[in-house]
Ligand binder design. Structure first.
Ligand code: CA
Length: 230
């Protein structure tokens, strides 16, 4: 699965970028390539280089090919990957970006990601915002959603919270620090899959697989694939 995050431009267009601001990964004219993504127009965002920072920060993995990399729009990402990849899309800060959910649904429709086959096998949508996920479920009940979790759920309300999530989502995406045998077991009883984030260490991968997680978010899919094949 290919995992990526969505932010919204000033005019309401969706772009693929992890951070809420441009400061960490965008380089270019300071007036255009700094600050909140949602305050920049699509034209300003398109002017920023998002490869140079990586080469400077990660010399061991640097490549001249990354220079000149641009922030893709959601449409560009879907045009390139929707036909052949399984997509695991995160909506970032949806509560501050009205219209984001409708824009996402429209884009998914344009790129044939709302067909019965795509909905069943090739698309998951995740967010930390339960409010946004509940709203998305109401708009598109056939979309499979995953509730990201960064804070522990108190033990005495675990089953009730998982049951509430199961009313609109098919799974939870807990921070790896929150995952326990009990969480995995209770989530499975509630009918939810468990996909912890972000796991880049083979020892932690092995530990989580032992607890019975159904998948995980990683920057090192090759490492996880090698562990699974053993
Ligand atoms: Ca993400």
């Amino acid at each position: 699965w290919l995992e990526f995050d969505l932010q919204q431009s000033a005019e309401g267009r969706l772009v693929v970028l992890h951070d809420e601001t441009l400061d960490r990964t965008a380089r270019g004219r300071l007036t255009e390539c700094r600050g909140a993504v949602r305050e920049r127009t699509i034209e300003e965002l398109a002017s920023c280089d998002v490869g140079v920072w990586f080469n400077a920060e990660h010399p061991e993995r640097a490549s001249p090919a990354f220079v000149g990399a641009r922030i893709p729009t959601l449409d560009e990402a879907l045009a390139r990957y929707a036909p052949r990849e399984r997509l695991y899309i995160e909506i970032k800060n949806p509560d501050e970006a009205p219209g984001m959910l409708d824009s996402l649904l429209a884009a998914l429709g344009r790129h044939r990601m709302r067909t019965a086959d795509a909905l069943r096998r090739r698309l998951l949508v995740q967010s930390f915002s339960s409010k946004a996920l509940v709203a998305l479920h109401a708009k598109a009940p056939d979309l499979r959603l995953v509730q990201l979790l960064e804070d522990p759920i108190p033990a005495d309300s675990l089953d009730a919270r998982l049951a509430a999530i199961a009313r609109y989502a098919v799974g939870i995406g807990p921070s790896r620090r929150l995952v326990s045998a009990r969480l995995v077991e209770r989530a499975h009883v509630a009918g939810l899959v468990v996909h912890p984030y972000t796991v880049n260490d083979s020892t932690v991968m092995t530990y989580l697989l032992g607890l019975g997680v159904d998948g995980m978010f990683t920057d090192r899919p090759g490492l996880l694939r090698r562990l699974l094949s053993r």
